[in-house]
Design a protein around this ligand. Structure first.
Ligand code: ZN
Length: 405
């Protein structure tokens, strides 16, 4: 179980479970930068900005926490520069909670010429080819300098599909790395290091459960990670190409082995349906690039399914993207205008589309929380799934959309 913070430093990270409805959980957690209501969706602010969006708008549409990518920030502008500028919150001007990943996922997916050993990962920057090493300890130090409210342990990201043997070996290495990450954080909490400027002494750290799609490995990973003891637990290595039912099954089995009193975070998922389906299986936190990336590609999520603004049938459509949405985009602009902006390559298209998609995601989380509070989550789930599967673009029998997560 997670240990309390040193009371002399920062504010404690506290998770409170407020209500449950089936396996869905309503909760809130306290961070040094304020409260987050769960289930929560975290917009992805890759390089210190959620693409095509102002922080002001994120606050207005109800984003309580955003995510920053350690790999990107480490390479540019650099974690030491950010620490000198007072930490990531101050540097980017975002006063609410933030979570940073460990950088591992991008090392595995973006970096060039990487070598993975027990010590850590060696890689070349995708920007300029410079060589770097990311060890578990280094991932902790970088995130300590960034000063996010929640830091993630470094884990090994397994390619899908993987054999049971490879998944087992990788999972066991991730557990050993998690223990090193925890030891490093406790060292930093106990004795300030002259080499590491800690920007946020109240930073929490989450462990990550791995193990591919294998139930026995997920169980072993969950038990071993919980035994190390973190302030919360994430499920990693999903939404990487496995069948959706398999993902839901892993989530269901894994949450059952995690401590009920601590938050659970499903990394990198997902679609609006995934949010609802995984809340139903006990997940409290999500992040995904889908609403922001798809917005920039002209794909919009609505209460009646997905809509592709590029579609010629919207050329003179006076209606809003989603009549049920109260975002700035939907209350001020027509589908016809948004289609025109997209076709013309105007940056405003990305901004307006992103604002709408994030509003849809954050409103969905709000509706989920309200339904859990009222004890009507199961009814909400059935109605939501039925309506978002309507797919307005498929009325002519042709789906013009594909998900690119
Ligand atoms: Zn809208």
């Amino acid at each position: 179980m997670g240990r309390p913070f040193d009371k002399t430093q920062g504010r404690p990270f506290g998770f409170t479970l407020c209500a449950t409805d089936g396996r869905a959980r309503l909760g809130e957690f306290e961070t040094p930068h304020g409260l987050v209501h769960t289930p929560a969706f975290m917009p992805v602010g890759t390089q210190g900005a959620v693409k095509a969006t102002l922080h002001r708008d994120l606050v207005e549409i109800g984003a309580e926490i955003i995510l920053g990518n350690t790999y990107h920030l480490f390479l540019r502008p650099g974690d030491e520069l950010i620490a000198r500028r007072g930490g990531l919150h101050r540097f980017i001007g975002w006063e609410r909670p933030m979570l940073t990943d460990s950088g591992g996922f991008q090392v595995f997916s973006l970096a060039q010429r990487r070598t993975i050993t027990e010590e850590g990962a060696e890689f070349q920057s995708h920007l300029d080819g410079s060589r770097h090493q990311l060890t578990p300890e280094r991932a902790v130090d970088i995130q300590a300098r960034l000063g996010s409210d929640i830091a993630m342990v470094l884990d090994e990201c397994l390619a899908f599909p993987a054999t049971h043997e490879d998944a087992a070996e990788s999972m066991q290495r991730s557990v050993r790395w998690a223990a090193r990450c925890r030891a490093r954080l406790e060292l930093l909490r106990g004795t300030p290091s002259p080499d590491v400027m800690v920007s946020n002494p109240g930073q929490a750290q989450f462990g990550i459960v791995q193990g591919g799609v294998f139930s026995d490995l997920r169980q072993e990973s969950a038990d071993a990670t919980v035994a190390i003891g973190f302030e919360g637990y994430a499920i990693g290595g999903l939404s990487v190409g496995e069948p959706i039912d398999q993902m839901y099954q892993v989530v269901e089995e894994t949450t059952a082995r995690l401590p009920g009193a601590l938050p659970r975070y499903l990394m990198g998922a997902g679609t609006p349906e995934d949010l609802v389906e995984c809340v139903a299986r006990g997940i409290d936190m999500f992040d995904c690039v889908l609403p922001t990336r798809n917005a920039r590609n002209g794909q919009l999520f609505t209460s009646v399914g997905r809509l592709n603004i590029k579609n010629a049938k919207y050329a003179e459509d006076e209606g809003p993207v989603d009549p049920a949405c109260r975002c700035y985009t939907c209350t001020h602009h027509s589908r016809a205008y948004l289609r025109h902006l997209y076709q013309a390559g105007e940056m405003t298209a990305g901004a307006l589309n992103t604002l709408h998609n994030l509003t849809f995601y954050l409103d969905t989380m709000k509706r989920i929380r309200e339904a859990i509070q009222l004890g009507t989550f199961e009814r909400f789930r059935q109605e939501f799934l039925r309506s978002v599967r309507l797919k307005p673009d498929t009325t002519n029998g042709v789906s013009s959309l594909s998900l690119d997560s």
